[in-house]
Design a binder for this molecule. Sequence first.
Ligand code: SAM
Length: 226
Amino acid sequence: MGDALQIDIVTIFPAMLDGFLGQSMLKRAAEKGAVRFRVVNLRDYANDRHQTVDDRPFGGGPGMILKPGPLFRAVEALRSPEARVILMTPQGRRFDQRAALELSCARHLIFLCGHYEGVDHRVGEALATDEISIGDYVLTGGTLAAAVVIDAAVRLIPGVLGAEGAAGQDSFCDGALEYPQYTRPADFRGMKVPGVLLSGDHGEIEKWRREQAQKRTRERRPDLLA
Ligand code: SAM
């Protein structure tokens, strides 16, 4: 495994990440030295006694906006020359498997998690190198969205997943959905596993899986084949 991918997450809710980073694949990835996490409380970069990070929007309107100062200071303290500074926003580029693969090859990622009504526009304009959305819906905050992106990217770092190559068969990796998977028992309440999977004929199994993947993709996500 090469050098660790440095991942910094700047958030006003650092505790939200405790369970997420400390378990399962991400925990193992850190233990293997594939990735290094730094969770940063944005309030540490406020410059007043009350650790204020938000303010009312100019021009009026509901809610609060994250101020540019704390976010700029946090990034200036964390940044390395190769850092990608990623603002999580529903207005960003839609995240997908290709973007996950691209991020998994980076050296340093800094995630900026918004909250309230969002983030001062100058952060996206002059600080972020990327703006990413995880889908066309609005979450309460960017911490959960950053967690989704981090999970999808880290599992693609070579050597992170236990069974080498497991991620290569996942849906989207070759532009199609994955074939149907079964495990024991071979007959569950009368629902039988396709006979070919029990045949031991690996050539036939491969052929069946390719056909099933194409069929599923045609039925469920024809846009992927277009
Ligand atoms: N008013 C903002 C807008 O309409 O674009 C939405 C603000 S949202 C309530 C608060 C924060 O959650 C955002 O700043 C962003 O960091 C995060 N967020 C919400 N939905 C997201 C999504 N689909 N993808 C990525 N981040 C999202």
